[in-house]
Design a protein around this ligand. Structure first.
Ligand SMILES: C[S@@+](CC[C@H](N)C(=O)[O-])C[C@H]1O[C@@H](n2cnc3c(N)ncnc32)[C@H](O)[C@@H]1O
Length: 215
């Protein structure tokens, strides 16, 4: 896949499954105490009322969770259908359609950014550009939190919920991601890996990186 084809493929995929995805992941943090703890620690470090963008917010449940932790948060997603679902289900929050690789945000304006399983559709050779864009919109000292699946080969989801779409879900090495983030101008604050939970039907260990834009 070359150029911006991956963006078209990602948008097409999530436009097709937005309703199914939202129904399936209605409460995505319910059985995930570690994730809730990491998000709570993140919110505490950003500070009450801090302006945060949930980048690749999907149906908005994590955005709403962050808002519940006292952050001033808005969501952004590539998929117009995901944004429509998020606006419907969380009418009190702000969601906009856009690409994380070209954010409609001024330089240095965010106290925090969250990429919760949203960098997983960006090809490896585009990650430096993605992290440069995250770096651009964060204020010095701003906190970036990423979640992603660890591993080597991508998982290919073909016709999920019977929809006629296919997409690769990239797995990554936390150390390699941390290296790229350091190259982009972030300091690594913490790296957490949780083992795969069979009860959650997970196919890989889950990684969570907290990084800070150099001040
Ligand atoms: C696996 S879903 C995760 C959604 C949400 N963060 C959650 O945890 O429920 C990935 C989301 O990232 C979005 N996404 C992927 N690449 C993106 C990009 N370049 N810009 C904006 N959104 C993107 C997709 O449209 C999709 O909604």
């Amino acid at each position: 896949m070359t150029g911006t084809d991956f963006l078209t493929a990602t948008r097409t995929f999530y436009d097709a499954v937005a309703e199914d995805y939202a129904a399936h992941f209605r409460d995505p943090l319910a059985d995930r105490p570690l994730e809730r703890a990491l998000l709570a620690a993140y919110a505490e470090q950003v500070g009450p009322g801090g302006t945060v963008a949930d980048l690749g917010c999907g149906p908005g449940a994590v955005t709403a969770h962050l808002a519940g932790l006292g952050l001033t948060v808005h969501g952004l997603d590539l998929s117009a259908s995901m944004v429509a679902v998020a606006r419907r289900d969380f009418p009190g929050l702000r969601f906009q359609q856009g690409s994380m690789l070209d954010l409609p945000l001024a330089d240095g304006t965010l106290a925090g950014a969250v990429s919760w399983y949203s960098s997983i559709h960006t090809p490896a050779d585009e990650l430096p550009a993605l992290f440069a864009e995250f770096h651009r919109v964060l204020a010095p000292g701003g906190l970036l939190l990423l979640a992603f699946q660890t591993g080597e080969a991508p998982l290919r989801l073909d016709r999920p919920w019977g929809r006629p779409v296919v997409l690769d879900f990239h797995r990554r090495h936390p150390d390699r991601m941390a290296e790229l983030l350091t190259d982009a101008g972030f300091d690594l604050r913490s790296s957490t890996v949780r083992q795969r939970e069979e009860a959650l039907a997970e196919s890989a260990p889950q990684a969570f990186l907290l990084t800070q834009k150099k001040g």
